[in-house]
Structure formats: structure tokens, C-alpha cells
Design a binder for this molecule. Structure first.
Ligand code: ADP
Ligand code: MG
Length: 323
């Protein structure tokens, strides 16, 4: 349904995207995950024809975005990072306006009222957009994307700025939409991908560093067990002592200070729990342990892990080449 090949976007000498390729099949729901500045919006803006690429191709349902932008765009409903709503318009008025703009040929009344009920805005259709809550404004943006019943839905950070209750509501809406559409959404929150997507494409500094089924990524994360500790004592001695504990792969000082304690990340072999050993080592060496938490599942850890893994694969290849 979506084919992206060797996409490059350059701003001056900076690469916002550096050779990005992926394909998304009909009916998939895919999360584009990455930290701020990774290139998510750039991918989505190019994919939807709102931004031109430096090089590379985008095909939607076999139609090339550069060659036939009008036809290709017909397949896509897009919720940009900042949906350009008209605050002085009423919800229904705005959706009618978009309906005309898109040249939709579905029965107007029926189509718009169906969309309003899907996004749960039927009761607010006569309200001015500027008086809606942030969550409901987001629903107007989603409604706009749904007009014309496009086969592909592209949502750029659809839950940013919403409160926890609104986030859950939008996620559940996304899952509902995914039953009838191909959906790609971007987010910087791993939990969002876990909650909504079957597949995750991870992007970092303009490059794709992973493209896997969500359950497999989650397994990768669960494999990596990292402990964050705060310990008072000489940093050199603490690092040396912690490194000697059975099952510890590495100890890194984060550079962060809390009063007279330093913070460290302890990485362990999967399946080993070193917390007791860390505690008793501190006691026997006279260090004071003032904090310990598992940091195995945050996005940063996943990135480090995945980057490590791809670097590892590269060195393996080099080693093999040398032989
Ligand atoms: P994300 O959506 O993942 O936060 P973006 O796609 O918005 O990331 O940005 C990717 C990179 O491209 C960032 O480093 C950003 O600073 C850069 N960038 C985006 N738009 C422009 C622009 N108009 N001019 C220069 N650099 C840009
Ligand atoms: Mg963005």
C-alpha cells in the first residue's frame, strides 16, 4: 500500500532523512517511533506529499507521489503535527468546508454524520472550534483526515499534548480505525506503539534502526536489564566494585550527582537479578546506597540497545570480512 524507497531529505549540509526505505501493506497498523528531531514528521510530510524530498520515491497504492500527486493524495488522510484548523468555524461548518475542498463524492450528510459518530463529536458539531478542548480539537483533525474515506491514514503524534484520559480515548479510536484502514502513526512514546501498533519502525537521526513486530521489540527490551543506582563513595572504587559482581556486564557513571552521591547504570546479563549483590557489595565496601531502580524499559534504553546491536552486527561483518 505504501512504498518508500531511499528517501533523503537534506537541509543544507544536514540530513533530516538519510536513505529511508520501508513498505507498509494493506490493513497494517504501524508505529513510527523516535525521539524528537529523529525525522518522523519529515517522513510523514513527504509520504503525504506535503513536503518534497531531496531524492527517493514514494508510492501509494502503486501511484507515484511525484508523478501523480493529486491521485496519490486521494488515498491518504493526514493529521499533521499541528492540524491547521479554523478556530472561528463551527465543527460541522469546517468539515463541510473540507468535504468540498477534497472534492468528496460520497453522500455528504450521511458521510459526515458517520465520521462525527466515529470520532465522538456528534454532540459538539455546532460548537466553535476555538471553544473545544485540546482533545476534541484533535478529534476534529482526525475527522478531517477521515473525509473521503481514504484507505491510508497518517497521523503525526496524534496524542501529543492530551491528558491521560484523552490519550486513552484517541488510542482506542486509532485501533477502531485500523480495522478498516492502513494506519501509520508517529510517536516518541514506546508505550503508545505497544498499545496500538502491530509493527514498529524505529527512526533515529534520520535513519531507520529497527523494523520489527512490536512483540519482538518488546522482547528485545525485556532482555535488557538495566539498573540505575545512586551511591555515595569514590566513583572509581564504586565502579570497580560493581563491575566485579557476578552477572554484571558493565557499569557506567551517568555524570549525574545527587548531593554527595553519583548515579550509575549497571547493565546485567539477561535473566540475572543483581540487586541483592549490589546492596551487599555496598555494605561490605562501606558505600552508601541511596537509590536503585530498574530502567530496563525506557525508550532511551531501547535505542542504546538497538544501536549497540546494529553496531555489533557491523563489527561482526567486518570481522568476517577480515577472515
Ligand atoms: P521529528 O518529527 O522526529 O521530531 P522532524 O522530522 O521534525 O523530527 O525533524 C528532523 C530533523 O530535520 C531535525 O533535526 C530538524 O531540526 C530538521 N528540520 C526539520 N525541518 C527543517 C527545516 N525546515 N529546516 C532545517 N532543518 C529542519
Ligand atoms: Mg515531529
Amino acid at each position: 500500500m505504501i512504498k518508500i524507497k531511499n528517501l533523503v531529505k537534506r537541509y543544507g549540509s544536514n540530513y533530516a532523512l538519510d536513505d529511508v526505505s520501508f513498505e507498509i501493506g494493506e490493513g497494517e497498523i504501524v508505529g513510527l517511533l523516535g525521539p524528537n528531531g529523529a525525522g518522523k514528521s519529515t517522513v510523514m510530510n513527504i509520504l503525504t506529499g506535503y513536503l518534497s524530498s531531496t531524492s527517493g520515491t514514494v508510492e501509494i497504492n502503486g501511484v507515484d507521489m511525484l508523478e501523480s500527486p493529486i491521485e496519490a493524495k486521494k488515498y491518504i488522510g493526514f493529521l499533521p503535527e499541528q492540524p491547521p484548523l479554523y478556530p472561528e468555524m463551527k465543527v460541522m461548518e469546517y468539515l463541510n468546508f473540507v468535504y468540498d475542498l477534497k472534492g468528496t463524492d460520497l453522500p455528504r450528510e450521511e458521510h459526515l454524520s458517520e465520521i462525527l459518530s466515529v470520532v465522538k463529536l456528534s454532540d459538539l458539531k455546532h460548537r466553535l472550534i476555538k471553544n473545544l478542548s485540546k482533545g476534541n480539537k484533535q478529534r476534529v483533525g482526525i475527522a478531517e483526515a477521515l473525509i473521503g474515506d481514504p484507505r491510508v491514514l497518517v497521523f503525526d503524534e496524534p496524542t501529543v499534548g492530551l491528558d491521560p484520559k484523552q490519550i486513552l480515548a484517541v488510542r482506542s479510536l486509532l485501533r477502531t480505525l485500523a480495522r478498516r484502514h492502513t494506519v501509520i502513526l508517529s510517536t516518541h512514546i514506546l508505550g503508545e506503539v505497544q498499545a496500538v501498533c502491530e509493527r514498529v519502525i524505529i527512526i533515529n537521526k534520520g535513519k531507520i534502526i529497527a523494523d520489527e513486530r512490536t512483540e519482538d521489540i518488546v522482547r528485545t527490551i525485556e532482555d535488557s536489564y538495566r539498573l540505575r543506582v545512586k551511591i555515595c563513595g569514590s566513583a572509581r572504587e564504586v565502579e570497580a566494585a560493581l563491575s566485579k559482581i557476578n552477572g554484571v556486564r558493565g557499569v557506567t557513571a551517568t555524570g549525574e550527582r545527587d548531593l554527595d552521591a553519583y548515579a550509575y547504570i549497571i547493565e546485567t546479563e539477561s535473566g540475572t537479578d543483581v540487586r541483592r549483590a549490589v546492596f551487599s557489595t555496598c555494605v561490605s565496601r562501606g558505600f552508601v546506597l541511596i537509590g536503585m531502580e530498574n530502567v530496563g524499559t525506557d525508550l532511551e534504553t531501547v535505542f542504546i540497545r538497538l544501536v549497540d546491536r546494529s553496531d555489533g552486527a557491523r563489527t561482526d561483518k567486518k570481522k568476517r570480512a577480515k577472515r
